[in-house]
Write a protein that binds this ligand. Structure first.
Ligand code: NDP
Length: 530
């Protein structure tokens, strides 16, 4: 259990605190992983007293109340308070009040503080500066009597490699790198952490995990949602900055990572950085062939008409911001030379899914493959990591198609979903990551050099796209699979994008047919015997 400490939430009146952070804090407490002595201080400009803030947080924390949750919250909320103040400028008087409150809490519990920056990114640096000036930054009192001060920073971390470097410089003025937790909630997902177990705890996968056996890798994050009222923010970001630079490159690094020599934050993150640095920087002339962008037009999702991106509130009528991006990446190292990694992410697409698909090379020789019989098509094996919505790992293999002729059909070996289902209640990604931060374990957080290396991958593409005219950005209909150019990106290589749900359904259907036939054969045998 994490001992007494104080969590200070900057931007506490915002969406993230309400939807993710506070429910995660309360979840940890309910699981007995956080001392009931822990305190929470919300800090934001919105005028609210402690009571109003508690009420707001109560609604958030008890969205789906379980047995005893209401009573537990009533006890916990005594330790929740709020400071209404400016983050920066002449009127930023709140830091003195924060210091006073923390000192009063420390008297009983020791100086253990987690500062969570859940504000717009332009405020990250000013808040850190004020914390340093108020003597609250980590370097100021670290180490005394088990004291610590840690910093959790939300995405986006910078808007290119240069701004990320500047922000990192600001961070290191107040904190040791190991006390900084740049959050990427994908890394907190059980199924994503499972990639390490899959590769390094199973003798069957690692020997196959390279250019000799793997044909290519696809990583997809596809959303049905649009910008959901965050048009102003999205205009400064786009799919490349919002999804690919962080979430998708993190997944890519985990798929491609070399085995860390030991299990500790340094060893794991060293290996991730090596992958990111090995990704070939896209030359301007390559961007045209290996990067795709698009912007959603009007269309329909689940039978409902939705507006075009350019019609969304706070979006320019001639915006060139991409709501879809796809890349073909090359990892220039001995393991992956010649194996393309295709990444894609978009909004307002036909389906909601985050998945990794590893396609293996075809079997070198299948004796009956040219017999012209039924089922002589041998499909490549796929490893499907369904990050969401279902969280599972499925290996697709070919099995004999039941019948008198030799032929195959695809069968799903449901490696992980079954085990996952047995887990009574999986904690949320935010719970996992908050707990790690409170324990001081940054393994599943992005280190400074990692963030900068990830920006270095996308910066050349963003730079090439910067001079776009509105007509340069292809439109795709909301509710479609995305721009045609993304299909062409793979088609040029003789490949196609997979849809994991379709693959799984197909393979399970094959298995089902197999099982039905087996059952009917058993019934036949039984009736002959009797
Ligand atoms: P919000 O836009 O809701 O902002 C959080 C709070 O910051 C607001 O309640 C507001 O509080 C204050 N704020 C907003 N705009 C300004 C401004 N221009 N100047 C000063 N203060 C401002 O953000 P979210 O809660 O959605 O997100 C917080 C952080 O987390 C952001 O960095 C975001 O990119 C990141 N993030 C959010 C996700 C989400 O799902 N919401 C997902 C992943 C990351 P007040 O006015 O009371 O001070």
């Amino acid at each position: 259990m994490v001992g007494p400490c104080t969590l200070v939430l900057f931007g506490a009146s915002g969406d993230l605190t309400k939807r993710m952070v506070m429910p995660a804090i309360f979840g940890l407490m309910r699981r007995g992983l956080l001392s009931p002595e822990c305190r929470v201080i919300g800090y934001a400009r919105s005028p609210m007293d402690d009571e109003a803030f508690r009420e707001r947080m109560r609604t958030a924390a008890l969205r789906e109340p379980g047995a005893g949750d209401e009573a537990a919250w009533t006890e916990f909320e005594e330790r929740v308070s709020y400071i209404a103040a400016e983050y920066d400028g002449e009127d930023a008087q709140g830091y003195a009040e924060l210091a006073r409150r923390l000192a009063a809490f420390d008297a009983g519990a020791g100086a253990r503080r987690l500062f969570y920056l859940a504000t717009p990114p332009s405020l990250f640096a000013p808040i850190m500066r004020h914390l340093t000036e108020a003597g609250l930054a980590g370097n100021a009192y670290q180490g005394a009597d088990g004291a610590w001060a840690r910093l959790v920073i939300e995405k986006p971390f910078g808007h290119d490699a240069g701004s990320a470097r500047e922000l990192n410089a600001e961070v290191t003025r107040g904190y040791d790198e190991d006390d900084v937790f740049r959050i990427d909630h994908f890394l907190g997902k059980e199924i994503v952490q499972n990639l390490f177990a899959l590769r390094f705890a199973n003798a069957i996968f690692e020997p196959l995990w390279d250019r000799n056996t793997i044909d290519h890798v696809q990583i997809t994050a596809s959303e049905t949602l649009g910008v959901e009222g965050r048009g102003g923010f999205y205009e400064t970001a786009g799919a490349m900055r919002d999804m690919i630079q962080n979430h998708l490159l993190q997944l890519c690094a985990l798929v491609a990572i070399e085995p860390p020599a030991e299990w500790n934050p340094r060893a794991v993150r060293d290996e991730k950085v090596k992958v990111l640095r090995a990704i070939r920087r896209m030359a301007p002339e390559a961007v045209e062939h290996e990067a795709v962008r698009g912007q959603y037009g009007a269309g329909s999702i689940a039978g409902e008409r939705v507006p075009a991106y350019r019609e969304e509130p706070k979006v320019a009528a001639d915006s060139t911001v991409e709501t879809y991006a796809a890349l073909k990446l090359h990892i220039d190292n001995a393991r992956w030379a010649g194996v393309p990694f295709y990444l894609r992410s978009g909004k307002r697409l036909a389906r909601r899914a985050t998945e990794i698909i590893v396609e293996f090379r075809p079997a070198p020789h299948t004796p009956w493959a040219h017999a012209g019989g039924d089922g002589d098509v041998v499909r490549p094996n796929l490893l499907v990591v369904d990050v969401s919505p279902d969280a599972g790992i499925i290996l697709q293999v070919e099995g004999k198609r039941p019948g008198q002729t030799m032929g195959t059909q695809t069968i799903a070996l449901d490696y992980c979903r079954v085990a996952q289902r047995r887990t009574v209640e999986s904690p949320s990604a935010y719970e996992n990551l908050l707990l790690d931060a409170l324990r001081g374990d940054p393994t599943f957080f992005a280190r400074a050099d990692e963030v900068e290396a990830a920006w270095a991958v996308v910066d050349p593409v963003i730079a090439s796209w910067a001079a776009a005219r509105p007509s340069d950005v292809p439109t795709y209909a909301a509710g479609s699979v995305g721009p045609a150019a993304a299909e062409a990106l793979l088609a040029r290589d003789g490949r196609r994008w997979y849809d994991a749900a379709e693959q799984i359904a197909c393979a399970i259907e094959g298995q089902h047919t197999h099982e039905l036939r087996r059952a009917s054969r058993r019934a036949d045998d039984d009736s002959q015997r009797s």
